[in-house]
Ligand binder design. Structure first.
Ligand code: ATP
Length: 261
């Protein structure tokens, strides 16, 4: 029997003027799972991420985050993005959002912001922290860079990383916040086949560490090979959920993607 889900979303609805981008969506993610959220362009996937991470205030619905360790549940609704991150939900973006003129290592250290005292981080960046403070944050951040295979670039400006490296750095920065759940918005977008293969390996490794992951992705091969469960959206509504094998055979999903009757 499974415990409570880490993320439990019920009735999530988002209206933009006359457009209902999300329509009473229910979705949950349990500890250790890789869950994919898929659907045709404009289905509402990114709007879903924006609503659960505090970028948009949903019109209706509830978003609960539960710590598997303590069993404590908290509502994320109405929180600001930084507060959502502090509660344990971290994300990457469809369009890469790094600090281009900071080093690769500093980008990860920024992710530590919500788990360390901000003034210590600021002091490190100005070379004014104590040795112990600096060591601890540097070591943690460097270990995360090693995890994503970017340690050799630690002193480069983020903008100088190859495209696939920038995407991995976004994941590293999100991991640095020690999330209960990691949200990845189209992590393979724009990657070449080799970078995509390496990304799949990285996501598997992160998952093997026990990290729960919810991802939006258009690359069906990636989705089918990685996911434990898949939620399918179309026009703001959930039209199917199930294992990759179930989703592949689902008539509503085939219709949404191929437009057939
Ligand atoms: P894609 O796969 O192309 O990224 P998506 O499934 O992520 O698409 P969304 O970007 O969430 O879809 O868009 C869902 C719907 O909501 C679309 O009709 C879009 O035009 C609309 N929408 C999204 N954000 C806004 C906004 N800020 N203002 C008005 N409409 C919006």
């Amino acid at each position: 029997m499974m415990n409570s889900p880490i993320l439990n979303v019920t009735g999530l609805t988002m209206d933009f003027g006359g457009i209902r981008a999300l329509n009473a969506l229910d979705l949950d993610v349990y500890g250790g799972e890789i869950v994919a959220l898929i659907g045709p362009n404009g289905a509402g996937k990114t709007t879903f991420f924006n609503c659960v991470t505090g970028i948009y205030m949903p019109t209706a619905g509830e978003v609960l985050l539960t710590s598997p360790k303590t069993g404590k549940s908290e509502s994320l609704k109405g929180l600001k993005p930084n507060q959502v991150t502090e509660k344990g939900l971290a994300r990457t973006f469809q369009n890469i959002r790094l600090f281009p003129k900071m080093t690769v290592l500093e980008n990860v250290m920024i992710g530590r912001h919500c788990r360390t005292k901000a003034f210590i981080l600021g002091a490190i960046l100005r070379n004014r922290a104590t040795r112990e403070e600096e060591q601890s944050i540097l070591e943690t951040s460097y270990a995360i860079l090693q995890k994503v295979g970017l340690e050799q670039y630690s002193n480069e400006f983020a903008e100088n990383l190859p495209y696939g490296g920038q995407r991995r750095l976004e994941i590293a920065r999100a991991l640095a916040t020690e999330p209960l759940l990691l949200l990845l918005d189209e992590p393979a977008a724009g990657m070449n086949p080799q970078e995509t293969l390496e990304l799949v390996e990285l996501i598997k490794e992160i998952s093997a560490d026990g990290q729960a992951i919810l991802l939006i992705e258009h690359d069906m091969k990636l989705v089918m090979s990685l996911s434990d469960r898949i939620f399918v959206m179309d026009y703001g509504k959930k039209i199917a959920q199930g294992t990759p094998a179930e989703i592949r055979e689902n008539p509503a999903v085939i219709k949404a993607y191929l437009g057939e009757d």
